[in-house]
Design a protein around this ligand. Sequence first.
Ligand SMILES: Cc1ncc(COP(=O)(O)O)c(C=O)c1O
Length: 450
Amino acid sequence: MIGTAIDTKLPRLHGTLPGPKAKEIVALDGRHISPSYTRSYPLVAKRGQGAMIEDVDGNVFLDFAAGIAGVSTGHCHPKGVEAIQRQAAELIHISGTDFYYSQMIELAEKLEKVTPGKEPKRVFYANSGTEAVEAAIKLARYATGREKLIAFQGCFHGRTMGSLSLTASKAVQRKGFGSLLSGVFHIPYPNQYRCPFGGGAHDCGDDVIEHLEKVVFKKLADPSDVAAIFVEPVQGEGGYVPAPPKFLRDLADICARHGILLVADEVQSGMGRTGKWWASEYAGIEPDIMCIAKGIASGMPLGATIARASLMNWKPGAHASTFGGNPVCLAAALATVDLLEGGYIENARKVGERLKSRMQGWTERFRTVGDVRGMGLMLGVEFVTDRKSREPAHDLRDRIVERAFHKGLLVLGAGESTLRFCPPLLVNEEQVDFAASAIEEAIAEVEQAA
Ligand SMILES: Cc1ncc(COP(=O)(O)O)c(C=O)c1O
């Protein structure tokens, strides 16, 4: 391996942050790079190993953000690196759009086995989550001959014009971009902490189903015109909000009844992150189409859209991609699948439970913690100004994220006032305990200063 190993499993900082080299690069970035990116704090990465990141000044951080849930098997896992290097030395690119190579089939066979549903499936390869969603939009319209699409308020499906039409996460993501796809309707998401129609958590999903059937289908879009309903089984960018399992089953029933395709966007929740292969498994649903990306190739750019073979039956030329399913990305994905099967999914479940049980005390202990939730290593803490009003505490959350950075822990926000934990799936108990303690300290400090 090139370079020396990062010889610590916990953070090691020296001096104030950002260090001199980091400061210089952040300044240059402002001059050269699109300001549309959303950086929360000045981490300038140099190298990574496992769950650790070393910055350009030699500070070492514990990474509970994992490249937005991208590096599922940790940074530069030796088996992933080896697979990438071997493949890069043999064939980097030829385009599966025009030619054949066996890795496309090898990964498709694996995905067919591990995704819900017994019927034969086909896979379309893309380069990202948004492209996996674009393919699903096109496939749903093509296969049903219908135009309308339904998605959820608070959902995030990507930033290209088709997927952006479904995204309803933050207005800034849509502002200034003109009209998007027509025929898209958004309904409330069954957030059990903030039931959209009031009422208790228990009937949250039922209320949304009633709204869909009695308002949307009766007044806005006849179900026979609806091609697909897109749902994140756990809303990701919206704040790490799991949908109630019964709600997902009811939604699947409604779709089946009306010939509407159920599309599960598991770009963030997928491939082991929740302690199962897919979050859909917690509800026992079999989506018609699945969109996956992020962690599936441990940091290499790969997305996939998976559907029953009888459904993914479009004509040559109907959809394609020059780089999607590039051999090097597929090699990384095949190594990722092996590592997940080899123990990382089970680890995500086990250490995720440990972290969640620690978080569960926070709603009592801290006045600004409104809710803790999630499964496996997809866990969120929602901050509120006070527990009674449940007013989202956006700035407070941001201050906690920033404090965590200064303690050597990398975390990200999600939604209006949620802090998310989405570390690599290989983190150990010591690392999880460190992260929990760092956040506890940060909350206490920020609450005291408020
Ligand atoms: C659920 C979901 N779908 C789609 C996307 C878009 O993925 P990408 O950024 O790879 O285009 C994201 C990204 O955060 C996501 O969380």
